[in-house]
Design a protein around this ligand. Structure first.
Ligand code: FAD
Ligand code: NAD
Length: 405
């Protein structure tokens, strides 16, 4: 009998958790496991704000996929997934087609621009290693160029960050530490630099604990961040953003750097494949399968699950993606071994920690509020734990964060 082929798309948090669990369940003769990813490395999406600001080198943020998979049991294919033909049970990539018996879609998210004019052309996004490297280089270039300009344009040193959700705030925290370094390196007066955060909602980190939000705002303002709250960004141009200040009032802010960090949507491959979706996220059943597709699992940022306690979707997080990866591997094992009912996934939310630079953070962990050094310590524990879950102690030693105080 032909052995079943399990194809996993994406080597992020969800995909790698699935594969590293599946490889423990099957011998080479029992199942063929194929992992497809755009790059031959995994990157920690949750550390991209650091690589983007330049506070952590991008090589610290990534590791080789071959270091965490069992090459005897898993065929790794470096390719970009372009489409999925569900009727033919085929994945179309830029490197050929792959048939599957079981498919796991774990392709992560892309930035959501809500159709706002000019963002794709003029804004940087915090999305992957390439975008992080480009943003870090651009920031540095602005400082170097400013010094070389005869007629010095201070707007060159203005950075606008759109969105004060967790990504925007974590990036601002890193900028707060990076900008003084850049000023020193390029002999630029810190007073000439402007960091403006534009947020549509009436508060930063909407919905998060007010006391922690107050702490974060005060700490970031102390580092020079100006908040423009309740002012949605309406348009980006080559060197400015236009924000709305009321029904008919708008303001244009000149800026040399525009960063868009205002939410995500699922991977566009989902929409192309015409799998039922909402903003490219598939509302999966409790067993993590796509509706109408008994052999397709969708996990991580491509999936959507409702938190029944508040009747709203769970936010797309690495915490959930990793837990889904474990359940997904168990459910595929059950289907192939045909001996168990499928597990019903329920996220076990341990908390949220939001960094404010390397040395500061806020967090709610098991319902307990944390701020400052304690929260920053916890953030590093969380980061190291994610490495441990995928690659064990060896990976933590190689890539972990150990500067706790
Ligand atoms: P990812 O981990 O993003 O992996 C997707 C993989 O698919 C990548 O390897 C990518 O290269 C690959 N891929 C994409 N498209 C293709 C294609 N077409 N073909 C082949 N391969 C492809 N969550 C938390 O829980 N805690 C945090 O502290 C936290 N911090 C964050 C900080 C930042 C700056 C950001 C941006 C997000 C943060 N998140 C955090 C959210 C978290 O990163 C995501 O929810 C998580 O990465 C989702 O995991 P995933 O497996 O779905 O996708
Ligand atoms: P988000 O949806 O959490 O926040 C986006 C923010 O952008 C919101 O505050 C929203 O009001 C604002 N916004 C939307 N449109 C705007 C506009 N036109 N102008 C100005 N502001 C606008 O998205 P995110 O911060 O990108 O995070 C994505 C996901 O990743 C979330 O689920 C988040 O929880 C997760 N994440 C978690 C952490 C952490 O746990 N430390 C860090 C980063 C991201």
């Amino acid at each position: 009998m032909r052995k079943p082929r399990i194809v996993v798309l994406g080597a992020g948090y969800g995909g790698l958790m699935t594969v590293t669990r599946l490889q423990k369940q099957f011998s080479k003769d029992q199942a063929e496991i194929v992992l497809i990813n755009k790059n031959d490395y995994h990157y920690e999406t949750t550390w991209l704000h650091e690589a983007s600001a330049g506070t952590l080198h991008h090589d610290k943020v990534r590791y080789d996929i071959k270091d965490v998979i069992d090459g005897h049991k898993v065929n790794f294919m470096q390719a970009t997934v372009e489409d999925i033909k569900t009727d033919a049970k085929k994945v179309i990539t830029d490197n050929g087609e792959v048939e599957y018996d079981y498919l796991v879609i774990a392709l992560g998210a892309v930035s959501e621009t809500f159709g706002i004019k000019g963002l794709h052309e003029h804004a940087f996004m915090i999305a992957n290693i390439n975008s992080a490297r480009q943003l870090r280089e651009h920031l540095e270039y602005q400082f170097a160029t400013y010094k070389n300009e005869e007629d010095k344009k201070d707007e060159r040193l203005t950075i606008v960050v759109g969105g004060a959700g967790f990504t925007g705030i974590e990036f601002l925290g890193e900028l707060g530490n990076r900008i003084p370094e850049l000023c020193k390196e390029y002999d630029v007066d810190f007073q000439k630099v402007r960091i403006v955060c534009v947020e549509a909602a009436p508060m930063i980190l909407p919905g998060f604990d007010p006391e922690l939000v107050k702490y974060a705002r005060a700490k970031l303002e102390k580092k020079g961040v100006e908040f423009r709250i309740g002012t949605p960004l309406k348009e980006a141009t080559e060197n400015s953003v236009i924000i709305s200040k009321g029904e008919d009032e708008v303001e244009e802010i000149q800026a040399g750097t525009i960063v868009w960090a205002a939410g995500v949507r699922g991977n566009p491959v989902i929409e192309k494949a015409e799998i039922e979706n909402m903003r490219a996220r598939v509302k999966v059943g409790k067993d993590l399968r796509a509706p109408g597709h008994d052999n397709i699992f969708v996990i991580g940022d491509c999936s959507l699950m409702i938190n029944e306690e508040i009747d709203r979707p769970y936010p797309p997080t690495a915490q959930i993606a990793m837990q889904q990866g474990e359940t997904c591997a168990r459910n595929i094992t059950a289907l192939i071994k045909g001996n168990e009912a499928l597990e019903q996934f329920k996220p076990d939310i341990k908390g949220t920690v939001c960094s404010l630079g390397e040395d500061d953070a806020i967090g709610l962990v098991y319902g307990k509020k944390l701020m400052g050094t304690k929260a920053s310590f916890m953030k590093k524990v969380v980061d190291n734990r994610a490495l441990y879950m995928v690659g064990g102690a060896g990976l933590v030693m190689k890539k972990g964060k150990f500067k706790f105080f």
